[in-house]
Design a protein around this ligand. Structure first.
Ligand SMILES: *Cc1c(COP(=O)(O)O)cnc(C)c1O
Length: 221
């Protein structure tokens, strides 16, 4: 398993404007270092303390993306340095991120997670909840966060048609949100969809960020 080669071969399949997030959760620091040597600069983690510790061990120019379900009491560990929080799944969480960002004199970029999978256990706003939350304009009061797009996860299934429909549903949510609330905001431009097994589908559905773990690093510990 050559991490650099995996990264190069995935990059070749991505249009140049699509960002590759190397999902390094549960992987040893040596593997992240190998990816860094191979030119990778964006890493995704799903546990706050693990990300904080890895951040301390890796070079300063790494861009850290938090991709998992974030607990409110853990925001403080990542607020000083996190570059993008992908999976903001409630209005309350967004408010708390705003507070921690303010304490650090930062503006933290966030994506709202939308529940598109036909599975109960995945987190996120439903498409209706998303519309009414954006409509409420409560988020406009939060001065230390910036909404830059949407994120979602498809159902865990082999059914490619279903995955594609779910991603397209999210793309529709994105287009509507953009037109209604962010038409003037060039920064609202990210659609974070696609993982190791479905990123080829996500690319066809308008993905701007793919979050890839096992196809780069192998199976997780
Ligand atoms: C673990 C994880 C990934 C990466 O999954 P792979 O199948 O290993 O590519 C992507 N996104 C989220 C939210 C994850 O939790």
């Amino acid at each position: 398993m050559n991490i650099s080669e995996n990264i190069q071969s995935i990059r070749k399949k991505l249009p140049t404007q699509v960002k590759l997030i190397a999902v390094s959760k549960f992987q040893a620091i040596e593997k992240l270092q190998a990816a860094y040597q191979g030119g990778q600069r964006i890493f995704g983690e799903s546990r706050a303390l693990e990300m904080r510790d890895k951040h301390l061990q890796m070079p300063q120019d790494v861009e850290w993306h938090f991709i998992g379900h974030l607990q409110k009491n853990k925001i403080k560990y990542i607020a000083p340095f996190v570059r993008l929080i992908h999976a903001v799944d409630s209005a309350d969480l967004l408010k708390e991120i705003d507070k921690e960002a303010a304490k650090n004199h930062r503006i933290i970029d966030c994506l709202l997670q939308v529940h598109i999978a036909r599975e109960e256990h995945k987190f996120g706003f439903s498409p209706d909840e998303l519309s009414s939350y954006l409509e409420s304009e409560d988020w406009k009061l939060l001065k230390n966060i910036r909404l830059v797009g949407l994120m979602g996860m498809a159902t865990f299934t082999d059914n490619q048609e279903q995955i594609s429909q779910e991603f397209l549903q999210l793309k529709t949510c994105f287009d509507q949100a953009k037109a209604k609330h962010f038409a003037q905001e060039d920064s609202f431009c990210e659609l974070s969809i696609g993982m190791s097994d479905d990123y080829h589908i996500a690319l066809a559905c308008g993905s701007t960020m793919v979050r890839i773990g096992s196809a780069i690093f192998g199976e997780r510990q």
